[in-house]
Write a protein that binds this ligand. Structure first.
Ligand SMILES: NC(=O)c1ccc[n+]([C@@H]2O[C@H](COP(=O)([O-])OP(=O)(O)OC[C@H]3O[C@@H](n4cnc5c(N)ncnc54)[C@H](OP(=O)(O)O)[C@@H]3O)[C@@H](O)[C@H]2O)c1
Length: 309
């Protein structure tokens, strides 16, 4: 219900929550005015209104949920992926809901395409970027001895080189915004040894450390860097991942797999993309202004579970 005295959240045409713009201040006692100002300040700390964001890999899975959540919090978001038709379908759907989202095709494993992407972002957002989410990544699930040089190089180019190079390219835009936030998407494979995920896990471990270094180097420019570590999340990618190498990926969703999850993940289930997007969004909000250089898990507790599998 609309509150006429205090700032309120109202629903817009698409059913999205937005901050009410009318904050009546006349004829109010000074104590009430102070309260209103404080409430308004608090709500602004939990809003991304007026900010700009680039999220890589937004057409599916976790990236898709991140685009949606950032945009619902008021950010203008640009995203990319390799397949135009699927990407444009997403963008049209979001725009139809009143969200400010644009998209362009980019293979982040290519240095030239990364440069082209950042030029587009520069032009769309007028040289200012508040948020960069390095999300797009993939991996081969193979025993280390079977990984080819080509597979190794493509995994490193996509998961590590892209995040580093895009952060370099975004740096002037993040600095120009006056308040920049980089979020890397890592994996529990960066923390735990997992058979058949050696190269993927190594790229994610490097991402964790890159986060800490950039956080120290760029804080003076008002750019924070943090890293979110998802556990097993229900996405197209996780079709090839399973919580235990003893369980075939084809069992994801089946009873045997559920039993393994119940034993391994204290919360007892696979996560949803929105449960990762919520943490990413929190790290981009003004309210997290003192959180910098952190590697934070959204994994249902799997990485701290000392009980036998
Ligand atoms: N799902 C999990 O259980 C899980 C667990 C831990 C960590 N993660 C991490 O979470 C992130 C997202 O994973 P996800 O499960 O959401 O993956 P996903 O379902 O496979 O989606 C990946 C997204 O990235 C895009 N993408 C992939 N390669 C790309 C490239 N070279 N250039 C540009 N876009 C590319 C894909 O679109 P196109 O294919 O059309 O390019 C898609 O939009 C990754 O960093 C992953 O390592 C996931």
């Amino acid at each position: 219900m609309r509150n006429n005295t205090y700032p309120s959240i109202r629903q817009d045409r698409s059913g999205l929550s937005v901050l009410s713009e009318s904050f009546p201040t006349k004829n109010l006692g000074s104590e009430k005015e102070v309260m209103e100002a404080e409430t308004s300040r608090l709500l602004n700390r939990w809003s991304l209104s007026g900010t700009t964001a680039l999220v890589t890999g937004g057409s599916k899975g976790i990236g898709h949920a991140i685009v949606e959540e950032l945009a619902r919090f008021g950010s203008a978001v640009h995203t990319c992926s390799r397949h135009e038709a699927e990407l444009q379908e997403c963008v049209q759907k979001w725009r139809g809901c009143g969200l400010q989202v644009t998209g362009s095709v980019c293979d982040v494993s290519s240095p030239a395409e990364r440069e082209k992407l950042m030029k587009e972002v520069d032009s769309i957002f007028g040289g200012k970027l508040n948020i960069l989410v390095n999300n797009a990544a993939f991996g081969y699930r193979k025993p280390a001895l079977e990984v080819t040089l080509e597979e190794y190089e493509l995994t490193v180019r996509t998961n590590l080189d892209a995040g580093f190079h895009l952060s370099q390219l975004a740096y002037p835009l993040l600095k120009a915004s006056g308040s920049g936030s980089i979020v890397f998407i890592s994996s529990t494979a960066s923390l735990l040894g997992i058979d058949t995920l050696s190269v993927y896990g190594a790229t994610k471990g490097a991402i964790n450390q890159l986060t800490r270094s950039l956080a120290c180097e760029w804080a003076k420019d008002n750019i924070r860097a943090n890293c979110v570590v998802p556990g097993l999340i229900k996405t197209p990618l996780s079709q090839w991942v399973s919580i235990s190498h003893t369980v075939a990926p084809t069992l994801v969703g089946k009873e045997e797999f559920k039993a393994v999850c119940a034993r391994s993940i204290p919360i007892g289930r696979v996560g949803e993309p929105e449960e990762v997007a919520a943490l990413v969004t929190f790290l981009c909000l003004p309210t997290s202004s003192y959180i910098n250089g952190q590697v934070i898990n959204a994994d249902g507790g799997v990485s701290i579970n000392g009980n036998a599998r």
